[in-house]
Design a protein around this ligand. Sequence first.
Ligand SMILES: Cc1cc2nc3c(=O)[nH]c(=O)nc-3n(C[C@H](O)[C@H](O)[C@H](O)COP(=O)(O)O)c2cc1C
Length: 171
Amino acid sequence: MSKVGLFYGTDTGNTERVADLIKQKMGEDLVDVYDIATASADDFAKYDKIILGQPTWYYGELQSSWDDFWEDFKGIDFTGKTVACFGLGDQADYSEYFLDAMGMMHDIAVENGATPAGYTSTDGFEFDESKAVTEDEEFFVGLGIDEDQQPELTDERVDNWVEQIKEEFEL
Ligand SMILES: Cc1cc2nc3c(=O)[nH]c(=O)nc-3n(C[C@H](O)[C@H](O)[C@H](O)COP(=O)(O)O)c2cc1C
């Protein structure tokens, strides 16, 4: 069975913990995890099923190591690859920028040929604006996690999402 490549970035550790949780729930042997701070574009070439994770920082900005990697990221050809995104944010304190970086990351992957996977309902969240929602605002373009306001929901959200993307990845 082909493996899944998971690429994440983090400033204060929350996204790393969620990445580890996803790996644990999907299967330790199935998922290779990369910190984007030390990954290269060549690492992406090894996988046709890819998970991308990053928090949003400083009013709608990319996480710092994703920001450093961004030019390389924009050069990656995702044709033939299925990509599921997850993002961390704070829907109360940054309500006008909630999960923006997940949306930016998703959009590049899709522009570069990816088949998107892992969309989830926006039900259960309260925020004003996000670049990570579909046009009808009913879905996030990935999994939304809020460790600041709703940490008690993270485990169940990850559980459900892992089941969903296992199907979408045909694992
Ligand atoms: C100074 C600061 C700015 C933030 N800006 C945003 C933001 O614009 N949008 C958002 O959804 N969350 C924002 N957050 C929340 C973080 O994304 C959230 O705490 C996340 O869990 C951090 O992930 P990390 O530990 O992987 O870096 C911000 C948090 C801080 C402290």
